[in-house]
Write a protein that binds this ligand. Structure first.
Ligand code: GCU
Length: 328
């Protein structure tokens, strides 16, 4: 049957309930938000909060239906759906977004932020906003950002110096900058979508991965890779991204409601993050896993060529200067 061969995009498009143009605030609309995280992930919880608030602020006229756990595909696939106007919103980590727009590459640079305060000043400040808005012509743009701690390596054995990565296949997100980072540190980067990492680890397709502590624990990767070596190489924010077409179909009042709830969900998620991180560390300990501290200096030295490349590109260098001036 022909129907069965329709691509996922078209099927999703036919499910869309947002079809009016120039909507009024009182028009009933449902926006679909699909992402690759489990229901326990703190970003999913923030999205649930956002959906609740949007419904309240619009007197029930605006709804957000959430499809978690890669139900509509991997991060890459849901971003493509957004570009085609076949999905309204998704979550994009800056790593996923880098392959759609190079402006996001900067967030994947290792040892970019001095501390959490620096991260917050950039991501939730002027330059962060500039980056989120920069992709409108690509069919989507960011409307809110979420903290995601720091990412480190985990495997069956400790990775406390770059030499320990030699011969190890490490799962990474599909970010060219991250691939280069792992190579420079001495490992073999293997891009795999988030939902497929557990099986890949179980089957020995990869020897390890890198992520923040909550993701290591919640995904149960910890059952296979029991040693988390805290080199804290990156701090990569997550973003809620909306299709430009969907945004244009909303009335100014609906846009305002969505933006207000999105902003509030940022604060909600930031508060929750610290608790989830502490709980995950306690859970890791209870499971007999270990978190080892790492001297970051040799890792930092290994990735210097990434910064040299950035300095050669005037656009990237200008962005980096803005990041640096946000330290104070
Ligand atoms: C973190 C991050 C997600 C991302 C995931 C990954 O959990 O918050 O947005 O998809 O890492 O490594 O793919």
């Amino acid at each position: 049957m022909k129907f069965l061969t329709l691509p996922r995009q078209i099927l999703c498009a036919s499910l869309m309930t947002l079809c009016a143009t120039g909507a009024n605030a009182a028009d009933k609309i449902t926006l679909k938000l699909a992402h690759n995280l489990e229901r326990s992930h703190v970003v999913h919880l923030a999205f649930e909060e956002l959906a609740k608030e949007v419904q309240q602020l619009s007197d029930g006229n605006m709804r957000i239906r959430i499809y978690p756990s890669s139900q509509m595909g991997s991060a890459r696939e849901t971003l493509e759906l957004l570009q085609n106007g076949a999905l309204d919103m998704t979550k994009g980590s800056a790593s996923d977004l880098e392959s759609f727009d190079n402006t996001y590459a900067i967030y994947n640079l290792p040892y970019l932020f001095k501390d959490q305060q620096h991260f917050n000043r950039v991501v939730f400040g002027e330059v962060g906003k500039e980056i989120m808005e920069s992709t409108k012509d690509k069919g989507f743009f960011g409307i809110s950002a979420y903290v995601a701690g720091t990412r480190s390596f985990y495997a069956k054995k400790p990775i406390t110096k770059p030499e320990d990565l030699k011969g190890l296949k490490i799962r990474v997100q599909a970010s060219p900058t991250t691939l280069k980072m792992v190579e420079l540190m001495g490992g073999s980067p293997t891009p795999i979508s988030f939902g497929e990492v557990y099986t890949a680890m179980q089957q020995g397709v990869v020897d390890g991965a890198e992520n923040n502590v909550p993701s290591w624990v919640q995904t149960r990767h910890i059952e296979i890779a029991k040693v988390f070596s805290e080199d804290e190489h990156t701090s990569i924010p997550d973003f809620l991204v909306i299709s430009t077409k969907t945004w244009q179909k909303l009335s100014p009042e609906q846009q305002q409601i969505l933006m207000k709830a999105a902003k509030n969900s940022e604060a909600y998620q930031q508060k929750l993050w610290e608790k989830v991180d502490a709980d995950s560390r306690a859970q890791a300990k209870a499971m007999g896993a270990t978190i080892v501290s790492v001297d970051k200096a040799p890792f930092r030295a290994a990735v210097k060529p990434l910064y040299d490349d950035f300095a050669k590109d005037p656009k990237q260098a200008a962005l980096l200067a803005k990041f640096e001036s946000a330290v104070e």
